[in-house]
Ligand binder design. Structure first.
Ligand code: GAL
Length: 418
């Protein structure tokens, strides 16, 4: 009797053990998944590629693709803040690796630690150590990176430059030498859009003026924001602004890119989502339909940023969100998303044959250039600094007062804890 019972028990346990992995694999999620980002319109196709993979794996989940338009998250971040503080977080939201994540949401204790997920998925070995540091603290890892974007890129149309008899400038002095000629021909030398793109331009100009060591020194508190070097960077920026379009503040970044494509402007400095826009939306071939180079004075330097998604505490559909994060961190997800987005994979094992010429060249640069963090896109400073910097920029665009801007930034840095 005892023996028979033991045998039955043995078979029951064995059956349970054998069926367990299948049961886990077959777990089907249902309900909603709300993903919050600013990737609307032209920035949508890459995100959609990730959603398509997710839907294939989780057909019963209703994906709510909640986007708030406005490049660099100008509007989305404000909406997110209201929701997070109001206790209504989305299931997962877009956030930049670096201080935007750590100095804002992690500091406020609003995020879940994803270390177990990183270990389970083997991500500790496929994401670069430096990047994991930027999304981590002593207490955990706080988001899943989906890409590496480059901020310091100058875009142009090769055929147009040929027509105007100019070459893409490698330094700001070279730019100032050709800009009057372009202006005289009725061409805007440098296309600019709404105010956040001025922040974007500023970081490229400041990097050229300060060099990478002093750029880094600004953010670790070793170089003060009102030092003569930084005043000089603001002065150079003021000079560059003289060659931009007067209607900048009413244009989206895509419209500034269009000016270059249409031949109304010669150059534009924008992150490489512009390459995504020109290749994916405008169907232009890199190197032919559009040209690119490091922004003047920054050759050999790679100002980077990374988009990532996190899991806020209190996410209404936590399991669905974790399944979403798994897609984001996967090789399949990454190599479907990035070629459309105009970014390179954050993973070190991506399949470069899926990427166009621009992205292959960028991946090579990322491997050999001096890498520094972007201010305009969340790496270098937290939201307190960024919010104040936008006001400093507004003031500067009106007054062009370099010492005043430098002084205001120094006060801001104190407030933001830099
Ligand atoms: C950046 C973001 C990019 C792109 C860009 C323009 O902040 O990291 O992925 O969306 O804004 O909207």
């Amino acid at each position: 009797m005892k023996k028979a019972f033991a045998r039955v028990l043995f078979f029951m346990v064995a059956a349970l053990l054998l069926s367990a992995p299948q049961a886990v694999q077959a777990k089907e999620f249902s309900g909603d998944l709300e993903i919050f980002s600013w990737w609307a319109g032209d920035e949508g196709p890459a995100l959609q590629a990730l959603i398509d993979i997710y839907k294939k794996q989780n057909p019963k989940v209703n994906v709510i693709n909640a986007t708030v338009t406005g490049g660099s998250g100008v509007n989305a971040k404000a909406v997110l803040k209201t929701r997070m503080l109001g206790g209504e977080p989305p299931d997962s939201f877009q956030v930049h690796a670096g201080q935007e994540l750590i100095g804002t949401w992690v500091k406020a204790d609003r995020m879940e630690d994803l270390t177990p997920l990183f270990k389970e998925q083997g991500w500790m070995d496929v994401f670069p150590e430096g990047l994991i540091k930027l999304i981590g603290t002593e207490d955990g890892i706080w988001s899943v990176p989906v890409n590496i974007h480059r901020s310091n890129v100058m875009w142009y149309t090769p055929a147009n430059l040929k027509k105007w008899g100019v070459e893409a400038p490698k330094t700001w002095d070279e730019f100032f030498a050709i800009a009057p000629k372009l202006k005289a021909a009725g061409v805007t030398p440098l296309a600019l859009a709404q105010n956040w793109t001025a922040n974007h331009l500023w970081e490229s100009v400041a990097l050229a003026s300060l060099g990478p060591d002093k750029w880094d020194a600004l953010w670790n508190g070793e170089l003060s924001f009102d030092s003569p070097e930084v005043v000089k960077a603001w002065e150079l920026f003021g000079k560059v602004l003289q060659y931009t379009n007067a209607d900048a503040s009413s244009l989206s970044w895509q419209q500034a890119t269009d000016m270059v494509i249409d031949g109304r402007a010669a150059f534009n400095i924008m992150g490489d989502w512009a390459a995504g826009y020109m290749a994916t939306t405008k169907k232009l071939v890199p190197g032919e339909g559009f040209g690119f180079m490091a922004s003047p004075g920054t050759n050999g330097e790679f100002m980077f940023l990374a988009d990532s998604f996190g899991l806020p505490k209190g996410a209404p559909n936590r399991d669905n969100a974790i399944a979403w994060l798994k897609v984001l961190g996967s090789k399949e997800g990454s190599d479907a998303f990035n070629p459309l987005k105009g970014s390179i994979s954050a993973r070190t094992d991506s399949d470069l044959s899926k990427y166009n010429g621009y992205l292959q060249a960028t991946a090579a640069d990322f491997g050999k250039d001096r890498v520094v963090g972007s201010l305009a896109h969340g790496v270098a400073a937290n939201e307190t600094f960024m919010g104040g910097f936008a006001s400093v920029m507004e003031m500067f665009l009106k007054t062009k007062n370099a010492p005043a801007a430098a002084k205001a930034c120094a006060q801001l840095a104190k407030k933001a804890g830099i």
